[in-house]
Design a protein around this ligand. Structure first.
Ligand code: NAD
Ligand code: MG
Length: 293
């Protein structure tokens, strides 16, 4: 990951083979296999001794972040849906191989009590919590306002927005100066696609929450930042968008390809570590060159 090379050809370029999955999807069914850093992420002790919770940790960006945090020396609690148990166990095994402790926390984060539970179990297993990486999310495609459904918007907000408040409130009494919260927005929060209105409004909300909470928590020495990915090769895509978008996925970025989950790990590590001591309220774009402003 430190060898200089051409980023336009570093990872697979479209066209991708057609493929569709049932949500929440499975990384083992993706072709080509995504890179979550399993063999590519090199750690450096940048998070030595930290205790992290990562949501959406079984697959995609959350999986890459969980692997990277462990390789950087953190113990990592993994939040994911019960049907993703096998993928989460693969991540836990990699965390163990890195010499760190993994904690498996299956459950639906649309339920406030589950958010309280994952924080309580993390604190009880690790003796505290220093890093919250809130990455879980859903992305329904709704082509027309005539197909708008209240239940769909409720599900998007309950999954993508409410846990920001619920997890942070539950963790608040345990967060010490030096703690860090990292959220996951999207290029969709800045430049929305027509079929992703419900999702895009939630992602704009995440970046805005990040700015608000950074100001609230600054006096306690707690920083809050976010990452805004562009098109990333994860199960979210084949389980949310039709095949014609999968085949050309990432083509319209300046770098001409989709990003891989491991390419999100360094900004999530930077924002969690003391290296970013004077950065708060910021959302870092990782979009293959597509401008967010
Ligand atoms: P992913 O499907 O691998 O990860 C999403 C995870 O969210 C799932 O693995 C699941 O564990 C979790 N999740 C979904 N509903 C949940 C619920 N009700 N309770 C608990 N957990 C739940 O896909 P990904 O692309 O890695 O997504 C991670 C984040 O990245 C999401 O917030 C997504 O919006 C964001 N993002 C992705 C892209 C992309 O192109 N893939 C681009 C921008 C932003
Ligand atoms: Mg998953």
């Amino acid at each position: 990951m430190y060898t200089p090379q051409d980023p336009t050809t570093q990872y697979p370029r479209p066209p991708f083979p057609p493929q569709q999955q049932e949500a929440p999807g499975d990384v083992r069914e993706m072709d080509p296999a995504p890179d979550h850093g399993e063999t590519s992420y090199i750690g450096n002790g940048r998070l030595a001794g930290r205790r992290a919770l990562v949501t959406g940790a079984d697959s995609g960006i959350g999986r890459a972040v969980a692997i990277a945090y462990a390789r950087e020396g953190a113990d990592v609690a993994l939040s994911y849906l019960p049907e993703e148990q096998a993928q989460a166990e693969d991540v836990a095994a990699l965390i163990g191989e890195a010499g760190q402790t993994a904690l498996l926390l299956p459950g639906d984060l649309q339920d406030e009590a589950q958010n309280e539970r994952v924080i309580a179990e993390t604190v009880s297993a690790f003796g505290g919590i220093d890093i919250l990486a809130i990455i879980a999310g859903v992305m329904p495609t709704v082509d027309s306002i005539d197909d708008f459904e209240t239940e769909q918007l409720d599900r998007v907000l309950k999954t993508n927005i409410y846990p920001l408040f619920w997890l942070t409130k539950a963790a608040s009494p345990h967060l010490k100066p030096g703690a860090s919260i990292v959220t996951c927005s999207s290029i969709q929060g800045y430049v929305p696609s027509p079929s992703l209105a419900e999702y895009a409004v939630s992602k704009a909300g995440i970046a805005n929450w990040t700015r608000a909470m950074a100001q609230q928590l600054a006096e306690r020495g707690i920083r809050v930042n976010g990452v805004a990915p562009g098109p990333i090769w994860t199960p979210l895509q084949p389980s949310s968008v039709p095949n014609e978008k999968i085949e050309s996925f990432g083509e319209d970025t300046p770098l001409g390809r989709a990003g891989q989950p491991v390419e999100l790990a360094p900004p999530f590590v930077f924002l969690a570590s003391q290296e970013s001591s004077y950065v708060s309220g910021e959302t870092v774009a990782v979009t293959g060159g597509t401008p967010t402003h």
